[in-house]
Design a protein around this ligand. Structure first.
Ligand code: AMP
Length: 426
């Protein structure tokens, strides 16, 4: 049952209606992003918005905040436990195995754009339904893949005119060295349990690394006393981390090392990164990702190296506002067809309908006066108006007004399309 106020059903907390003109900004954002993804050779994968709950329990991880607290899980009519996807990577990994994608190509470059669902406390930049763009590079074991993934994320932001952001990197180790670090963290934290928040006391048991990225003041202080994970890395992870940073340097990407960057999900291994906007407040992470070499195998596929990231489009648009990027306006109306009297309405309707094969056209649907129609034409900022009165009706020669200069010309119907094409520079 929807929440009712004064008898009206309202939207669910943490969801939004993206209305024009904001929706035009979303279109622009997605178009620019798809263009960059194309330059990097990525193709789109469109998966379902809901999956078997087990997919996230197993992949995202039983002990993660997402699985423990944030999933929209429900039983369908057949009693199956299903979950609205809280993130995209598990679905991509599942599809790679289920659809046999690695039989077609050694390297897969797949991206998705779409809504994710997390039951989190809504605030500025944090919603219960939000949009992510994710890009997954599957089948590449080396650090070039890691660096390319970071580069792609950075290029997406630059393409949108953003510049005030910081790339943070770390290594979260592998299945060989991470357990050693987890043990060390447990040892260090066991005397400090009373200084940790309730969430971190739980994390202490399940996933002590997560204490490192807790935002609570007491936990931050405790975390400062713990040696960084980099000191516990095995030789392979350590040298890969150095090479990863060197590759970023080679392509001129500046970054900060952040030993507290551990990412919230279980499947990450080795290179991890996040990009934060410098002007957004508490929710400053624009996106993050890293290497997840074990995930496809965990789901029953062959051992497959992979790296990827997810970027939050809602926050990216907030950054576009913060940096006052000039977003190009949506495509304006090109022609407004106006009728002087009721007699011309039918002709206007027919003319507008046929002009729409080539042009963006508006016509009055409310039987308004010419004055009201011209007001409407101005409000949609049309470039030209075609005005049809008695004389135009009988002669078939129309008055075309250039709405910028106010100049008018007479144009016969058979020449109208060519005239408009020429004047609009099409
Ligand atoms: P994550 O995989 O959790 O690091 O999410 C990747 C990106 O998605 C984050 O850096 C945010 O930009 C965005 N994001 C995650 N959760 C939310 C949310 N609840 N509302 C809006 N954006 C989000």
């Amino acid at each position: 049952m929807g929440k009712k106020e004064k008898g009206r059903i309202q939207s669910i907390r943490g969801t939004r209606d993206i209305l024009p003109p904001e929706s035009d900004r979303w279109l622009w954002l997605e178009e620019r992003c798809r263009c960059v993804l194309g330059r990097f050779g990525y193709s789109e994968i469109r998966g379902p918005l809901f999956e078997h709950t087990e997919l996230f329990q197993k992949g995202t991880g039983e002990g993660t905040d997402i699985v423990l607290k944030q999933m929209y899980t429900f039983q369908d009519r057949a009693g199956r436990s299903l979950t609205l996807r809280p993130e995209g990577t598990p679905s991509v990994a599942r599809a790679v195995i289920e659809r046999g994608l690695l039989k077609r190509a050694k390297v897969l470059k797949l991206y998705y754009i779409g809504p994710m669902f997390r039951y989190d406390r809504p605030q500025a930049g944090r919603y219960r339904q939000f949009d992510q763009l994710g890009a997954e590079l599957v089948g590449v074991p080396g650090v070039e893949g890691d660096a390319e993934s970071v580069h792609l994320h950075v290029m997406l932001l630059r393409e949108l005119g953003l510049s005030q952001f910081t790339v943070k990197v770390n290594s979260v180790g592998c299945s060989k060295c991470r357990p050693t670090y987890s043990r060390l963290m447990r040892e260090r934290l066991s005397d400090e349990l009373e200084n940790l928040c309730e969430d971190c006391r739980e994390r202490f048991e399940r996933n002590p690394l997560r204490v490192l990225d807790c935002k609570v003041k007491g936990c931050k202080e405790v975390a400062q006393g713990v040696p960084p994970i980099l000191e516990s890395l095995c030789d392979e992870c350590r040298s890969q981390f150095e090479e990863f940073k060197a590759r970023l340097g080679l392509i001129g990407l500046s970054f900060q090392e952040d030993p507290g960057l551990v990412r919230g999900l279980d499947y990450y291994t080795k290179a991890a990164f996040e990009i934060h906007h410098d002007l957004l407040g508490a929710q400053s992470a624009l996106g993050g990702g890293g290497r997840y070499d074990g995930l496809i195998e965990l789901y029953g596929g062959p051992p497959t190296p992979a790296v990827g990231f997810a970027a939050g489009l809602d926050r990216i648009l907030l950054s576009v506002e913060k940096e006052e990027v000039a977003v190009p306006p949506a495509l304006p109306v090109e022609v407004y067809v106006a009728s002087v009297s009721q007699a011309g309405r039918e002709k206007c309707f027919v003319l507008a309908s046929s002009l729409r094969e080539k042009f963006r056209v508006e016509v009055d649907l409310l039987g308004r006066s010419l004055q009201a129609q011209m007001k409407a034409a101005n409000s949609v900022a049309t470039r030209f108006s075609v005005i049809i009165g008695e004389e135009e009706l009988s002669s078939g020669i129309y008055t075309v007004r250039d709405m910028e200069s106010g100049e008018q010309e007479k144009v016969p119907e058979q020449d109208l399309r060519e005239y408009l094409r020429r004047r609009l520079g099409l």
